[in-house]
Design a protein around this ligand. Structure first.
Ligand code: ZN
Length: 150
């Protein structure tokens, strides 16, 4: 468990310093905007689709280390996946970060996203960790409403 906590620190720091897929996409098929007023996190998400698959994905914005690292890892995790796979991964991720701290985290099939089980210990940070995922869902649903975690 302490290994996972160390890994959590490392991964957050790494992805905060050099986020993956961090750019503005000029011709996305879908885009959405997310905002977490509680912390001040703000991001724009861009998706390029091919049939029902996420061919390319990018994000841009400003926020705390957790929101940025989470968006970075999220974009890496869903790139190349079908919409259905992305939605089911979001469900697993949400369950992971909101599950009870007293039970071992269910990280099956989560890959690097597993380190976010560390967020369970900081409930106020759950919104930072899930912001990019909610924004992704809004983009995939083609919602024009900005996402807010409030
Ligand atoms: Zn935040």
């Amino acid at each position: 468990m302490s290994n996972l906590r160390e890994l959590y620190q490392q991964v957050i720091l790494d992805h905060n310093k050099s986020p993956r897929n961090f750019r503005v996409m000029v011709d996305p098929d879908r885009s959405s905007e997310g905002h977490n007023p509680l912390c001040g996190d703000h991001l724009n998400l861009y998706v390029k689709l091919k049939d029902d698959r996420i061919e390319d994905i990018a994000f841009h914005g400003a926020g705390c280390a957790i929101s940025k690292a989470s968006a970075s890892l999220m974009t890496d995790a869903v790139k190349g996946r079908t919409l259905q796979e992305a939605e089911s991964l979001f469900g697993k991720f949400h369950d992971l970060v909101t599950s009870d701290v007293s039970s071992p985290p269910d990280t099956d099939g989560m890959g690097k996203l597993a380190v976010f089980s560390g967020v369970r210990e900081f409930p106020v940070r759950v919104k930072c960790a899930t912001l990019s995922w909610h924004t992704l869902l809004a983009a995939l649903e083609n919602s024009s409403q900005p996402v807010t975690t409030e």
